[in-house]
Design a protein around this ligand. Structure first.
Ligand SMILES: Cc1cc2nc3c(=O)[nH]c(=O)nc-3n(C[C@H](O)[C@H](O)[C@H](O)COP(=O)(O)OP(=O)(O)OC[C@H]3O[C@@H](n4cnc5c(N)ncnc54)[C@H](O)[C@@H]3O)c2cc1C
Length: 328
Protein backbone atom coordinates (compact mmCIF):
# COMPACT_ATOMS: atom_id res chain seq x y z
CA UNK A 1 0.00 0.00 0.00
CA UNK A 2 1.08 3.60 -0.75
CA UNK A 3 0.75 6.69 1.36
CA UNK A 4 -0.21 8.84 -1.65
CA UNK A 5 -1.28 8.21 -5.21
CA UNK A 6 -1.46 11.19 -7.57
CA UNK A 7 -3.56 10.89 -10.73
CA UNK A 8 -2.44 13.21 -13.54
CA UNK A 9 0.86 14.55 -14.83
CA UNK A 10 0.22 18.22 -15.60
CA UNK A 11 1.63 21.09 -13.52
CA UNK A 12 -0.76 20.24 -10.65
CA UNK A 13 0.15 16.54 -10.50
CA UNK A 14 3.92 17.02 -10.82
CA UNK A 15 3.99 19.84 -8.26
CA UNK A 16 1.98 17.75 -5.80
CA UNK A 17 4.48 14.95 -6.44
CA UNK A 18 7.49 17.21 -5.79
CA UNK A 19 6.06 18.28 -2.44
CA UNK A 20 4.90 14.79 -1.42
CA UNK A 21 8.23 13.22 -2.41
CA UNK A 22 10.21 15.86 -0.51
CA UNK A 23 8.02 15.06 2.52
CA UNK A 24 9.27 11.47 2.15
CA UNK A 25 5.81 10.12 1.28
CA UNK A 26 7.10 8.10 -1.73
CA UNK A 27 4.25 9.09 -4.05
CA UNK A 28 3.10 7.01 -6.98
CA UNK A 29 2.01 9.20 -9.90
CA UNK A 30 -0.18 7.76 -12.63
CA UNK A 31 0.68 9.89 -15.67
CA UNK A 32 -1.65 8.62 -18.45
CA UNK A 33 -0.62 6.25 -21.24
CA UNK A 34 -0.69 8.74 -24.11
CA UNK A 35 -1.01 12.24 -22.66
CA UNK A 36 1.71 12.36 -19.99
CA UNK A 37 2.69 15.96 -19.25
CA UNK A 38 -0.78 17.44 -19.61
CA UNK A 39 -2.04 20.34 -21.71
CA UNK A 40 1.29 22.13 -22.02
CA UNK A 41 2.59 19.28 -24.17
CA UNK A 42 0.32 20.72 -26.89
CA UNK A 43 1.83 24.16 -26.99
CA UNK A 44 5.01 25.88 -28.09
CA UNK A 45 6.38 28.83 -26.11
CA UNK A 46 5.19 29.47 -22.56
CA UNK A 47 6.06 33.06 -21.67
CA UNK A 48 4.18 33.48 -18.40
CA UNK A 49 5.57 30.73 -16.16
CA UNK A 50 7.80 32.49 -13.60
CA UNK A 51 11.51 31.74 -13.80
CA UNK A 52 11.83 31.64 -17.58
CA UNK A 53 12.44 35.21 -18.83
CA UNK A 54 13.39 33.86 -22.28
CA UNK A 55 10.20 31.70 -22.38
CA UNK A 56 10.20 27.92 -22.27
CA UNK A 57 8.71 25.39 -24.66
CA UNK A 58 5.65 23.71 -23.09
CA UNK A 59 7.04 20.13 -23.39
CA UNK A 60 10.46 21.24 -22.00
CA UNK A 61 8.76 22.72 -18.96
CA UNK A 62 6.82 19.52 -18.36
CA UNK A 63 9.93 17.30 -18.75
CA UNK A 64 11.68 19.49 -16.18
CA UNK A 65 8.75 19.11 -13.76
CA UNK A 66 8.80 15.35 -14.29
CA UNK A 67 12.55 15.18 -13.67
CA UNK A 68 12.18 17.24 -10.48
CA UNK A 69 9.41 14.95 -9.19
CA UNK A 70 11.50 11.84 -9.96
CA UNK A 71 14.64 13.32 -8.42
CA UNK A 72 12.99 13.30 -4.99
CA UNK A 73 11.61 9.77 -5.33
CA UNK A 74 8.28 9.93 -7.17
CA UNK A 75 7.50 6.72 -9.00
CA UNK A 76 5.78 7.42 -12.32
CA UNK A 77 3.62 4.92 -14.19
CA UNK A 78 2.62 5.64 -17.80
CA UNK A 79 -0.88 4.22 -17.65
CA UNK A 80 -4.48 5.43 -17.30
CA UNK A 81 -6.58 5.10 -14.21
CA UNK A 82 -9.75 3.32 -15.29
CA UNK A 83 -11.61 3.18 -11.98
CA UNK A 84 -11.30 4.24 -8.36
CA UNK A 85 -12.88 3.19 -5.09
CA UNK A 86 -12.52 6.13 -2.73
CA UNK A 87 -15.00 5.30 -0.02
CA UNK A 88 -12.97 3.40 2.59
CA UNK A 89 -9.92 4.46 4.60
CA UNK A 90 -7.84 2.54 2.05
CA UNK A 91 -8.46 3.83 -1.49
CA UNK A 92 -8.20 1.57 -4.54
CA UNK A 93 -6.95 2.78 -7.91
CA UNK A 94 -7.22 0.45 -10.91
CA UNK A 95 -5.10 1.01 -14.03
CA UNK A 96 -5.67 0.12 -17.67
CA UNK A 97 -3.11 -2.68 -17.30
CA UNK A 98 -5.31 -4.27 -14.63
CA UNK A 99 -2.90 -3.42 -11.80
CA UNK A 100 -4.66 -2.28 -8.62
CA UNK A 101 -2.86 0.12 -6.29
CA UNK A 102 -3.94 0.97 -2.75
CA UNK A 103 -3.26 4.21 -0.91
CA UNK A 104 -4.28 6.13 2.18
CA UNK A 105 -4.60 9.39 0.23
CA UNK A 106 -5.39 10.15 -3.39
CA UNK A 107 -4.86 13.45 -5.23
CA UNK A 108 -6.87 14.03 -8.41
CA UNK A 109 -5.02 16.28 -10.85
CA UNK A 110 -6.69 15.13 -14.05
CA UNK A 111 -7.11 18.57 -15.63
CA UNK A 112 -9.73 19.83 -17.97
CA UNK A 113 -10.09 19.41 -21.73
CA UNK A 114 -10.82 22.41 -23.94
CA UNK A 115 -13.56 21.61 -26.43
CA UNK A 116 -12.27 21.36 -29.95
CA UNK A 117 -13.90 22.19 -33.28
CA UNK A 118 -12.97 18.74 -34.55
CA UNK A 119 -11.24 20.00 -37.71
CA UNK A 120 -8.41 18.15 -39.41
CA UNK A 121 -5.78 20.93 -39.06
CA UNK A 122 -6.75 22.10 -35.58
CA UNK A 123 -4.21 19.96 -33.69
CA UNK A 124 -1.46 20.47 -36.27
CA UNK A 125 -1.72 24.28 -35.99
CA UNK A 126 -2.17 24.30 -32.19
CA UNK A 127 0.53 26.66 -30.89
CA UNK A 128 0.98 27.97 -34.45
CA UNK A 129 -1.98 30.32 -34.53
CA UNK A 130 -4.68 28.06 -33.08
CA UNK A 131 -5.17 28.65 -29.36
CA UNK A 132 -7.61 27.95 -26.54
CA UNK A 133 -6.24 30.53 -24.13
CA UNK A 134 -6.17 34.30 -24.72
CA UNK A 135 -4.36 34.96 -21.43
CA UNK A 136 -1.62 32.55 -22.52
CA UNK A 137 -1.23 33.51 -26.16
CA UNK A 138 -2.76 36.98 -26.73
CA UNK A 139 0.65 38.63 -26.46
CA UNK A 140 1.85 36.79 -29.59
CA UNK A 141 -0.80 38.52 -31.73
CA UNK A 142 0.19 42.17 -31.56
CA UNK A 143 -1.14 44.12 -34.57
CA UNK A 144 -2.59 40.95 -36.10
CA UNK A 145 -6.01 39.95 -37.34
CA UNK A 146 -7.58 37.15 -35.34
CA UNK A 147 -10.92 35.47 -34.73
CA UNK A 148 -12.60 34.03 -31.66
CA UNK A 149 -15.08 31.19 -32.08
CA UNK A 150 -17.96 31.10 -29.59
CA UNK A 151 -20.92 33.03 -28.26
CA UNK A 152 -20.70 32.70 -24.48
CA UNK A 153 -19.15 34.80 -21.73
CA UNK A 154 -15.68 33.35 -22.19
CA UNK A 155 -15.71 34.07 -25.94
CA UNK A 156 -16.71 37.71 -25.24
CA UNK A 157 -14.10 38.03 -22.50
CA UNK A 158 -11.35 36.53 -24.66
CA UNK A 159 -12.28 38.71 -27.65
CA UNK A 160 -12.35 41.88 -25.58
CA UNK A 161 -9.02 40.99 -23.94
CA UNK A 162 -7.46 40.23 -27.33
CA UNK A 163 -8.26 43.73 -28.65
CA UNK A 164 -5.41 44.92 -26.39
CA UNK A 165 -3.03 43.28 -28.86
CA UNK A 166 -4.73 42.60 -32.17
CA UNK A 167 -5.76 45.23 -34.72
CA UNK A 168 -8.92 43.35 -35.57
CA UNK A 169 -10.89 40.62 -33.76
CA UNK A 170 -13.74 38.76 -35.46
CA UNK A 171 -16.19 36.81 -33.33
CA UNK A 172 -17.56 33.84 -35.27
CA UNK A 173 -20.81 32.50 -33.87
CA UNK A 174 -23.19 29.80 -35.08
CA UNK A 175 -26.35 31.73 -34.23
CA UNK A 176 -27.67 35.27 -34.69
CA UNK A 177 -27.68 36.04 -30.95
CA UNK A 178 -25.27 35.44 -28.09
CA UNK A 179 -25.47 33.26 -24.98
CA UNK A 180 -23.16 35.65 -23.13
CA UNK A 181 -24.42 37.81 -20.27
CA UNK A 182 -25.76 41.25 -21.23
CA UNK A 183 -22.85 43.16 -19.78
CA UNK A 184 -20.27 41.05 -21.64
CA UNK A 185 -22.24 41.44 -24.88
CA UNK A 186 -22.47 45.20 -24.50
CA UNK A 187 -18.75 45.45 -23.87
CA UNK A 188 -18.01 43.47 -27.04
CA UNK A 189 -20.55 45.39 -29.16
CA UNK A 190 -19.05 48.70 -28.03
CA UNK A 191 -15.50 47.69 -28.94
CA UNK A 192 -14.52 49.16 -32.32
CA UNK A 193 -11.95 46.46 -33.02
CA UNK A 194 -14.54 43.67 -32.75
CA UNK A 195 -16.70 42.58 -35.68
CA UNK A 196 -19.28 39.79 -35.48
CA UNK A 197 -19.72 37.11 -38.11
CA UNK A 198 -23.15 35.65 -37.36
CA UNK A 199 -24.76 32.32 -38.27
CA UNK A 200 -21.41 30.90 -39.31
CA UNK A 201 -19.15 27.99 -38.51
CA UNK A 202 -15.48 27.34 -39.20
CA UNK A 203 -15.15 24.39 -41.56
CA UNK A 204 -11.43 24.54 -42.30
CA UNK A 205 -8.17 26.08 -41.06
CA UNK A 206 -5.45 26.87 -43.62
CA UNK A 207 -1.70 27.47 -43.33
CA UNK A 208 1.52 25.44 -43.60
CA UNK A 209 3.61 26.58 -40.62
CA UNK A 210 1.19 29.17 -39.21
CA UNK A 211 -2.52 29.85 -39.52
CA UNK A 212 -3.20 31.94 -42.64
CA UNK A 213 -6.95 31.72 -43.12
CA UNK A 214 -10.14 29.97 -42.09
CA UNK A 215 -12.94 28.68 -44.26
CA UNK A 216 -16.44 29.62 -43.10
CA UNK A 217 -19.89 28.34 -43.92
CA UNK A 218 -22.98 30.47 -43.42
CA UNK A 219 -25.49 28.17 -41.73
CA UNK A 220 -28.50 30.06 -43.12
CA UNK A 221 -27.49 30.49 -46.77
CA UNK A 222 -24.96 27.63 -47.04
CA UNK A 223 -22.52 30.07 -48.66
CA UNK A 224 -18.80 29.40 -48.07
CA UNK A 225 -16.14 32.08 -47.71
CA UNK A 226 -12.52 32.57 -46.64
CA UNK A 227 -11.24 34.88 -43.94
CA UNK A 228 -7.55 35.83 -43.83
CA UNK A 229 -6.13 36.01 -40.34
CA UNK A 230 -3.15 34.97 -38.23
CA UNK A 231 -4.84 33.60 -35.13
CA UNK A 232 -7.88 31.52 -34.23
CA UNK A 233 -8.99 31.36 -30.58
CA UNK A 234 -11.48 28.61 -29.79
CA UNK A 235 -13.74 29.50 -26.85
CA UNK A 236 -16.55 26.96 -26.97
CA UNK A 237 -16.16 25.59 -23.46
CA UNK A 238 -14.16 23.01 -21.59
CA UNK A 239 -14.84 19.75 -19.80
CA UNK A 240 -13.20 18.96 -16.45
CA UNK A 241 -11.99 15.32 -16.50
CA UNK A 242 -14.23 13.97 -13.75
CA UNK A 243 -15.67 10.77 -15.24
CA UNK A 244 -13.72 8.63 -12.73
CA UNK A 245 -15.34 10.23 -9.70
CA UNK A 246 -18.99 10.47 -10.73
CA UNK A 247 -21.14 9.21 -7.86
CA UNK A 248 -18.22 9.37 -5.39
CA UNK A 249 -17.14 13.01 -5.27
CA UNK A 250 -19.33 16.11 -5.19
CA UNK A 251 -19.12 18.33 -8.25
CA UNK A 252 -19.79 22.06 -8.64
CA UNK A 253 -22.45 23.46 -11.02
CA UNK A 254 -19.58 24.12 -13.47
CA UNK A 255 -18.70 20.41 -13.41
CA UNK A 256 -15.41 20.75 -11.51
CA UNK A 257 -14.63 18.66 -8.40
CA UNK A 258 -15.97 20.54 -5.37
CA UNK A 259 -13.38 21.40 -2.72
CA UNK A 260 -13.70 23.02 0.68
CA UNK A 261 -12.83 26.72 0.39
CA UNK A 262 -9.22 27.41 -0.54
CA UNK A 263 -8.21 23.87 0.39
CA UNK A 264 -8.02 20.80 -1.86
CA UNK A 265 -10.31 18.73 0.38
CA UNK A 266 -13.16 16.96 -1.39
CA UNK A 267 -16.25 15.57 0.33
CA UNK A 268 -14.38 12.32 1.12
CA UNK A 269 -11.65 12.12 3.76
CA UNK A 270 -8.26 11.34 2.21
CA UNK A 271 -9.30 12.45 -1.26
CA UNK A 272 -7.90 15.72 -2.59
CA UNK A 273 -8.11 17.52 -5.93
CA UNK A 274 -5.94 20.13 -7.61
CA UNK A 275 -5.42 22.11 -10.79
CA UNK A 276 -7.84 22.72 -13.64
CA UNK A 277 -10.12 19.89 -12.49
CA UNK A 278 -11.20 22.12 -9.57
CA UNK A 279 -10.84 25.48 -11.31
CA UNK A 280 -13.61 26.89 -13.51
CA UNK A 281 -11.97 30.32 -13.65
CA UNK A 282 -8.20 30.74 -13.87
CA UNK A 283 -6.87 27.57 -15.57
CA UNK A 284 -3.21 28.54 -15.83
CA UNK A 285 -0.08 26.44 -15.41
CA UNK A 286 1.09 28.45 -12.42
CA UNK A 287 -2.29 28.35 -10.65
CA UNK A 288 -2.45 24.58 -11.28
CA UNK A 289 1.06 24.17 -9.85
CA UNK A 290 0.12 26.22 -6.77
CA UNK A 291 -3.00 24.13 -6.35
CA UNK A 292 -0.85 20.97 -6.49
CA UNK A 293 1.17 22.34 -3.59
CA UNK A 294 -2.00 22.87 -1.55
CA UNK A 295 -3.15 19.29 -2.26
CA UNK A 296 0.18 17.76 -1.22
CA UNK A 297 0.23 19.77 2.01
CA UNK A 298 -3.41 18.88 2.77
CA UNK A 299 -2.71 15.19 2.10
CA UNK A 300 0.43 15.28 4.23
CA UNK A 301 -1.56 16.78 7.10
CA UNK A 302 -4.36 14.23 6.66
CA UNK A 303 -1.89 11.34 6.90
CA UNK A 304 -0.70 12.58 10.31
CA UNK A 305 -4.25 12.08 11.62
CA UNK A 306 -4.39 8.36 10.71
CA UNK A 307 -3.71 5.47 13.13
CA UNK A 308 -0.08 4.37 13.31
CA UNK A 309 -0.79 0.79 12.17
CA UNK A 310 -2.25 2.07 8.89
CA UNK A 311 0.68 4.41 8.36
CA UNK A 312 3.13 1.58 9.09
CA UNK A 313 1.54 -0.62 6.45
CA UNK A 314 1.90 2.18 3.87
CA UNK A 315 5.31 3.49 4.93
CA UNK A 316 7.32 1.07 2.83
CA UNK A 317 5.79 2.32 -0.40
CA UNK A 318 5.30 -0.14 -3.22
CA UNK A 319 5.71 -3.43 -1.41
CA UNK A 320 1.99 -3.86 -0.76
CA UNK A 321 0.75 -3.04 -4.27
CA UNK A 322 -1.53 -5.64 -5.73
CA UNK A 323 -0.58 -6.61 -9.24
CA UNK A 324 -3.94 -7.97 -10.32
CA UNK A 325 -4.53 -8.44 -14.01
CA UNK A 326 -7.99 -8.59 -15.48
CA UNK A 327 -9.07 -11.93 -16.83
CA UNK A 328 -10.76 -12.05 -20.20
C1 LIG B 1 -2.71 24.81 -26.16
C2 LIG B 1 -2.62 25.30 -24.73
C3 LIG B 1 -1.69 26.28 -24.40
C4 LIG B 1 -1.59 26.72 -23.09
N1 LIG B 1 -0.66 27.69 -22.80
C5 LIG B 1 -0.52 28.10 -21.52
C6 LIG B 1 0.48 29.08 -21.19
O1 LIG B 1 1.20 29.59 -22.05
N2 LIG B 1 0.58 29.43 -19.87
C7 LIG B 1 -0.23 28.91 -18.89
O2 LIG B 1 -0.06 29.26 -17.73
N3 LIG B 1 -1.19 28.00 -19.19
C8 LIG B 1 -1.35 27.60 -20.47
N4 LIG B 1 -2.33 26.70 -20.80
C9 LIG B 1 -3.19 26.20 -19.71
C10 LIG B 1 -2.43 25.12 -18.91
O3 LIG B 1 -1.91 24.19 -19.82
C11 LIG B 1 -3.34 24.44 -17.91
O4 LIG B 1 -3.93 25.42 -17.09
C12 LIG B 1 -2.55 23.46 -17.04
O5 LIG B 1 -1.87 22.52 -17.84
C13 LIG B 1 -3.47 22.73 -16.06
O6 LIG B 1 -2.70 21.84 -15.35
P1 LIG B 1 -3.33 20.55 -14.65
O7 LIG B 1 -2.18 19.84 -14.02
O8 LIG B 1 -4.47 20.92 -13.81
O9 LIG B 1 -3.95 19.67 -15.83
P2 LIG B 1 -3.39 19.16 -17.23
O10 LIG B 1 -2.21 19.90 -17.70
O11 LIG B 1 -4.58 19.08 -18.11
O12 LIG B 1 -2.90 17.67 -16.88
C14 LIG B 1 -3.79 16.66 -16.50
C15 LIG B 1 -3.16 15.33 -16.76
O13 LIG B 1 -3.92 14.30 -16.18
C16 LIG B 1 -3.97 13.21 -17.06
N5 LIG B 1 -5.12 12.38 -16.80
C17 LIG B 1 -6.43 12.67 -16.95
N6 LIG B 1 -7.20 11.61 -16.66
C18 LIG B 1 -6.34 10.61 -16.32
C19 LIG B 1 -6.51 9.24 -15.95
N7 LIG B 1 -7.73 8.69 -15.86
N8 LIG B 1 -5.42 8.48 -15.71
C20 LIG B 1 -4.18 9.03 -15.79
N9 LIG B 1 -3.96 10.31 -16.14
C21 LIG B 1 -5.03 11.09 -16.41
C22 LIG B 1 -4.05 13.89 -18.43
O14 LIG B 1 -3.72 12.99 -19.44
C23 LIG B 1 -3.02 14.99 -18.23
O15 LIG B 1 -1.74 14.49 -18.50
C24 LIG B 1 -2.46 26.21 -22.09
C25 LIG B 1 -3.39 25.23 -22.43
C26 LIG B 1 -3.48 24.77 -23.73
C27 LIG B 1 -4.49 23.72 -24.10
Amino acid sequence: MRQIIIIGSGPAGYTAAIYAARANLKPLLIASSVEAGGELMNTTEVENFPGFPEAVMGPDLMFKMQAQAEKFGTEIVLDDVVSVDLTGEVKKVTLGSGAVHEALAVIFATGSAYRKLGLADEERLSGHGVSWCATCDGFFFRQRTIAVVGGGDSAMEEATFLTRFADKVYIIHRRDSLRASKIMQERAFANEKIEFIWNSEVIGIGGDEQVQDVKLRNLVTGEESELHLQGLFIAIGNDPRVHLVHGQLDLTPEGTIAVDGRSSKTNLPGVFAAGDVIDPTYRQAVTAAASGTVAALDAEHYLTTLPQNLLDSAADGASGDLELTTTA
